[in-house]
Design a protein around this ligand. Structure first.
Ligand SMILES: Cc1cc2nc3c(=O)[nH]c(=O)nc-3n(C[C@H](O)[C@H](O)[C@H](O)COP(=O)(O)OP(=O)(O)OC[C@H]3O[C@@H](n4cnc5c(N)ncnc54)[C@H](O)[C@@H]3O)c2cc1C
Length: 484
């Protein structure tokens, strides 16, 4: 499908020709996000500079009935920002200004293209920080975080993106601008912010975001405990939570992930560890000291053979170095890897980890585990070699892991979103009636189905057959899917 010729001219006239990309080599830059297995080259990429620009673009696309996908930094891991073939990518990269810092109200107002870490940088000198901290925080954008309801290591105590967004300026798919929320935490009326945050770019485009920043704690202490087995580390996680300690973060890495991290960034984790646990405590000094002693005691009782404690920023950074680089480090031990993202009740962690090990053996592929243990949010990293033809086997293994999470009473995504990747897994977790309700909600915002189509909500023709005469699916019409 090609765009109406007049559309590109109209967008050039509105945005300036330097903010409309149409050259094939440049368009390829936008063909995928972090889920590189899904690719589609857009017809056009536009870079609006303001809410009004976004409105102009969406009005034009709506008139021409052209589908579009918003894009932040493209670090998403579920294919949420994968373009729709025949459609337009709306990149928010130019909208990267911090608009207001109101520390009396603990609010920061930003454009969606501001990176996550830049929010903390803007307020750190005044003793504040922005708590949700995806490992990609140096590059991922607030717009992407809002769309994915992103999490991070410190969300265990401080909450996810949804708990830190108090207002949004949002452009609906027909170009209407709406204001939702305010500076207060709990505005009147239905929770529309709750609908928009986490909607994975399917309801419109966020162009201004009001964020809650929190006071930096008086003290931070990070402990690293090394165990011989994942079971022992898992028992320590349960023990810490059961003891009433509320760490800011509890992260776990298994032997394979430790090996990759050592090869990549040499964090110097205790040799021979089958699992390491990183526990970060923050708050007032006396409480943190008491909690640190308690955590050390519990880890020791659960079989930790070494516990290190870091109190300075430099020492803490060293302990975190391996964890923060864990995904990228996989490149040292495998040519390709697939990041799975599932959730299990914390108490079922040891059993699900054993199941993952069994599935790994069954499918003949290695799996590294690095995850937010406190939230039960697993990130199994399925290692494979695409050139050796292992891609399909990796996909099957990743799906089997997801099934194991669901069977344990968990969920199919913790923070990376459904996107394109897990669209066909949705019926495993939600009933037909649930999915219909999601669809009705979506249609209320986007009756023409132009905003990030093909993501999140499955349709029978994409994920399986339905009886009756064949009907051309909307995604086939726009070139995303084809009938084989
Ligand atoms: C190494 C690595 C580590 C990661 N670690 C974490 C982690 O710890 N926790 C975590 O949660 N995620 C993590 N991620 C995933 C990813 O970084 C997050 O999902 C992030 O929020 C995506 O932001 P982005 O700017 O790259 O968005 P993109 O990938 O560009 O887009 C993501 C989705 O947001 C939509 N979108 C973007 N901007 C807007 C907007 N302004 N309005 C409406 N919709 C919009 C897009 O359409 C798409 O559906 C990681 C990724 C990588 C590569």
């Amino acid at each position: 499908m090609s765009l109406p010729a007049s559309l590109a001219d109209e967008l050039r006239a509105s945005l300036g020709s330097e903010h409309v990309i149409a050259e094939p080599e440049q368009l390829r830059v936008y063909e995928c996000d972090g889920l590189t297995g899904h690719r589609a080259v857009p017809e056009l990429v536009v870079l609006p500079g303001s809410t009004e620009d976004v409105q102009t673009v969406l009005r034009a696309l709506h008139r021409a009935r052209v589908p579009f996908v918003a894009r932040g930094a493209g670090t998403g891991l579920s294919g949420g920002a994968t373009p729709v073939a025949g459609g337009v990518v709306v990149s928010l990269a130019r909208m990267n200004r911090i608009l207001e810092i109101d520390l009396d109200s603990q609010r920061v107002v930003v454009e969606p293209g501001v990176t996550n870490l830049d929010v903390t940088r803007a307020v750190a000198a005044e003793g504040f920080f922005y708590a949700p901290d995806p490992s990609s925080q140096q590059v991922c954008t607030i717009g992407g975080n809002v769309a994915e309801n992103s999490g991070g290591a410190h969300c265990l105590k401080h909450g996810f993106t949804a708990h830190h967004v108090t207002a949004l300026t949002f452009v609906l798919p027909d170009g209407e601008i709406v204001e939702v929320g305010g500076k207060a935490l709990d505005p009147d009326g239905p929770d529309l912010l709750g609908v928009l945050v986490g909607s994975e770019g399917t309801l419109g485009i966020a162009t201004r975001v009001t964020l809650r920043v929190v006071r930096a704690p008086e003290t931070v202490r990070t402990l690293l405990a090394a165990f011989h087995t994942m079971d022992a580390a898992g028992a320590a996680v349960s023990g810490i939570v059961a003891a009433g300690v509320m760490p800011a973060a509890i992260e776990m890495m298994d032997r394979l992930t430790i090996e990759a991290a050592e090869r990549a960034v040499a964090p110097g984790y205790p040799p021979g560890a089958g699992a390491v646990l990183l526990v970060e405590l923050d708050g007032v000094l006396e409480q943190v000291e008491d909690d640190a002693a308690e955590v050390e005691r519990i880890c020791g009782e659960c079989g930790a053979f070494e516990v290190r404690t870091a109190t300075t920023d430099a020492a803490r950074a060293l302990l975190w170095k391996g964890r923060k680089s864990a995904f990228a480090a996989m490149g040292r031990i495998a040519t390709d890897y697939y990041v799975q993202d599932g959730v299990v009740p914390r108490t079922r962690l040891p059993e699900v980890l054993r199941e993952i090990e069994a599935l790994s053996e069954l499918h003949g592929l290695r799996v590294g585990n690095v995850f937010h243990a406190g939230d039960g949010n697993l990130h199994p990293l399925v290692l494979y070699d695409a050139e050796a033809g292992e891609t399909e086997q990796a996909r099957l293994l990743a799906e089997a892991i997801l099934d194991a999470c669901l069977e344990a009473g968990g969920s199919l995504t913790g923070e990376h979103g459904v996107g394109m990747d897990k669209v066909c897994s949705m019926p495993r977790m939600f009933s037909e009636r649930d999915l219909q309700a999601f669809e009705r909600l979506r249609r209320a915002f986007d009756p023409d189905g132009l905003c990030n189509p093909g993501k999140v909500i499955p349709t029978p023709r994409l994920c399986g057959e339905v009886p009756g005469p064949y009907r051309l699916h909307a995604l086939e019409r726009i070139g995303v899917a084809e009938r084989l």
